[in-house]
Write a protein that binds this ligand. Structure first.
Ligand code: SF4
Ligand code: SF4
Ligand code: SF4
Ligand code: FES
Length: 244
């Protein structure tokens, strides 16, 4: 993650100029680049960013192109500092292509997420070339930061490495720290009812209108950390009973 300490040594209010899509604009140097871009009304897609939480730079959807001439690079704007003289382009062909590719990978990971499907429609992404993994998590870390930074609970965190990385409670056990506030579920971009369409595993469709809580069919696949579930008021024993 890129440190923003260099910029934050400047005092708030001392605006710095930078180039945004060819126009010179001013920004508070304590902002990250995403904040500065949004301040000027430009819409940038995000999945792991929330104004009330520290930026994490996980999804890379907020990618923009910085630099000029041959010396440009793609950066995640939510973890990139605003710097005096920086040249930023938010919607170049390279940026759009990169965002589409990132979204394609995320959809392959969680094909039944309504939020990702909606985003795909917005991006005019009609085809996913990667094998669907059917996970319930894009590892954006929003739930972990929400739990720690806003709820002061630290009930959940990342565990494992690489492809075995996932979110869980300490020792995968029901957490004493969890207040069952539901904030982690509220903020999760993919913790929604899954697509119930005829080919849910392989295609993007609009079949996700079934309001049955699909996650209780198998308790292991529950999409939250509440035991018993606050919404359906079922615990593992009820679910196991239903599955017999
Ligand atoms: S429900 Fe539990 S794990 Fe989720 S944010 Fe609240 S305290 Fe944290
Ligand atoms: S459970 Fe949801 S909020 Fe938490 S890391 Fe996974 S996708 Fe993000
Ligand atoms: S287990 Fe219950 S609260 Fe948790 S996601 Fe499923 S329906 Fe919602
Ligand atoms: S929103 Fe910036 S990396 Fe996810």
């Amino acid at each position: 993650m890129i440190s923003m300490s260099e910029n934050t040594t400047r005092s708030r209010g001392e605006m710095v100029p930078f180039m945004l899509n060819g126009a010179e604009v001013l920004a508070d140097p304590t902002w990250n680049l995403l904040e500065a871009i949004k301040f000027y009304g430009i819409d940038i897609p995000t999945l792991c960013y929330d104004e009330g939480l520290s930026p994490y730079g996980a999804c890379r959807l907020c990618t923009v192109e910085v630099g000029s001439g041959d010396k440009t690079k793609l950066v995640a704007s939510c973890v990139h500092p605003v710097k005096e003289g920086l040249e930023v382009h938010t919607h170049t062909k390279r940026v759009i292509k990169a965002r589409k590719m990132i979204l394609e990978l995320l959809i392959a990971r969680c094909p039944s997420s309504k939020k990702l499907q909606d985003m795909a429609a917005l991006f005019e992404l009609n085809e996913v070339r990667f094998k669907p993994l059917n996970y319930d998590c894009i590892l954006c870390g929003l739930c972990v930061r929400m739990c720690e930074e806003q709820m002061g609970a630290k009930a959940i965190g990342f565990t494992g490495r690489g492809t075995k990385r996932y979110i869980t409670t300490p020792f995968d056990m029901t957490s004493e720290e969890c207040r069952k506030c539901g904030a982690c579920m509220y903020i999760c971009p993919v913790c929604e009812l899954r697509c119930q369409g005829p080919q849910a595993d392989t295609t993007l469709c609009s079949g996700c209108i079934n309001t049955e809580p699909v996650c209780v069919e198998e308790y292991d696949e529950a999409m939250c950390y509440m035991v018993p579930c606050l919404s359906c008021m079922k615990g593992p024993e009820d679910v196991n009973k239903n599955n017999k």
